[in-house]
Design a protein around this ligand. Structure first.
Ligand SMILES: *Cc1c(COP(=O)(O)O)cnc(C)c1O
Length: 220
């Protein structure tokens, strides 16, 4: 199937209220152009320099999402243009993003990454660490970033009930944080679900999915 057909099928499956991030990491600019021609405007990359190089070559109305692990010393390369940073996995990462956003006089949207997988390799806050973070006055502490919600990755496993349980825990935590008095009106994004598990994520309440291989084909 073509990129266009894949996108049409996925858009039908996810519905209009869910934001689709087309994950174009490792894929050439021509593949992004093909998706762009179908109306896709939101693309996700996991390496800052690769994203910056592609952004340079592509139309300026693309919204670029950084979905990968963020290295503080590379933030400056995306600060001028990135539209959402998914991987805020430590307090010092928020501080670093805030600092670079201030330098370019922007307020940059980001998501706090929560560690929900039963794997050591995935980054993120645990629930208690995140609770502590949200109890702080983040707007005052970091005026150049806006925490728009949460992001999480489930364990890479065939056990669908495990994946469902992890997404459900994240969705419950998201609702809990939204109901807190310190919650802001713009705390509204729950980024969970990839090619292999987005249908489960949507059933559990995701409103933003990050899909790569089901659109662009397998990566090398
Ligand atoms: C690569 C990646 C995706 C997309 O993965 P697919 O399985 O190709 O859909 C989603 N989220 C993150 C954080 C990724 O690194």
């Amino acid at each position: 199937m073509s990129i266009k057909e894949n996108l049409e099928e996925i858009r039908k499956a996810i519905g209009a209220h869910v934001q689709l991030v087309a994950v174009s990491k490792t894929k050439p600019v021509s593949a992004i152009e093909e998706a762009y021609a179908t109306g896709q405007r939101v693309f996700g990359e996991n390496r800052i320099q690769e994203m910056a190089e592609k952004a340079e070559l592509l139309p300026k109305d693309i919204e670029w999402h950084m979905i990968g692990h963020v290295q503080d010393n590379k933030i400056k390369y995306m600060a001028p243009f990135v539209s959402l940073v998914h991987g805020m996995d430590k307090p010092k990462r928020l501080k670093a993003l805030n600092k670079e956003a201030a330098k370019v006089d922007r307020v940059i949207d980001c998501l706090v990454q929560i560690h929900i997988a039963k794997e050591d390799s995935k980054f993120g806050f645990d629930f208690d660490e995140a609770r502590n973070l949200f109890e702080q006055n983040l707007e005052e502490k970091y005026p150049n970033i806006r925490v728009r919600g949460l992001m999480g990755m489930a364990t890479f496993t065939d056990d669908q009930e495990q994946v469902r349980g992890e997404f459900r825990a994240l969705a419950d935590f998201f609702k809990e944080m939204q109901s807190q008095s310190f919650s802001k009106s713009y705390f509204d994004i729950l980024s969970m679900g990839m090619s292999g598990d987005y249908k489960i994520a949507l059933a559990e309440g995701s409103n933003m999915v990050r899909i790569g291989s089901s659109i662009f084909g397998a990566r090398n």
